[in-house]
Design a protein around this ligand. Structure first.
Ligand code: PCA
Length: 172
């Protein structure tokens, strides 16, 4: 009993909405299915309640959700329940909070007739360069989509310093 309670206290479950390379059949999905990284359980398909610009940038063709509510589409993706370990591994992959910033956002379940809303963690780009808003906006990211900007898997970091300069506004 005591052990079980300890486990529950130390292993929180977090809802994460993924819209890019972490989705099923996309290049980084393996991060979520690798048990060494923790546990991720698929919950449902969903979309952002607000519209946001989803763009592809850098020479690696990385998808970024720009934190600019009201522009773009209600972006489609997948909701997962993850444990603490998986969440911290996703933070490492996404370089939160240096590159992407993980923020809670309303996600509407796509299959639900009642417009069920879940608050989920989402990886956004916040202090982005305004010129990123002139790139085409996507509704449903696919690395192999018509845009022709296939994600470059050879890199193990999303955001090198060079990439950061390209996408993040220098606030100094
Ligand atoms: N991976 C995260 C953020 C962007 C990306 O490629 C995701 O799929 O949500």
């Amino acid at each position: 009993m005591f052990l079980r309670q300890t486990w529950t206290i130390n292993n929180m479950v977090h809802k994460v909405f993924v819209y890019g390379t972490l989705k099923r059949n996309e290049p980084n999905h393996g991060t979520m299915t690798n048990p060494e990284n923790g546990v991720a359980t698929f919950i449902a398909e969903g979309m952002t309640k607000e519209k946001y610009p989803l763009i592809i940038a850098t020479k690696y063709n990385v998808p970024f959700l720009l934190h600019s509510p009201g522009t773009g589409y209600n972006v489609k993706g997948e909701i997962y329940e993850v444990d603490d370990k998986m969440l911290s591994n996703l933070d490492i992959l996404e370089d939160h909070p240096n590159c992407y910033i993980r923020d809670k956002n309303d996600i509407v379940l796509t299959d639900s007739t009642h417009r069920t809303v879940m608050k989920c963690w989402v990886y956004f780009l916040k202090m982005f360069k305004p010129e990123l808003l002139s790139k085409p906006f996507l509704e449903d990211y696919k690395s192999e989509g018509d845009h022709g900007l296939r994600y470059c898997e050879s890199q193990d970091e999303y955001c090198t310093d060079e990439d950061m300069n390209e996408i993040i506004e220098n606030v100094n």
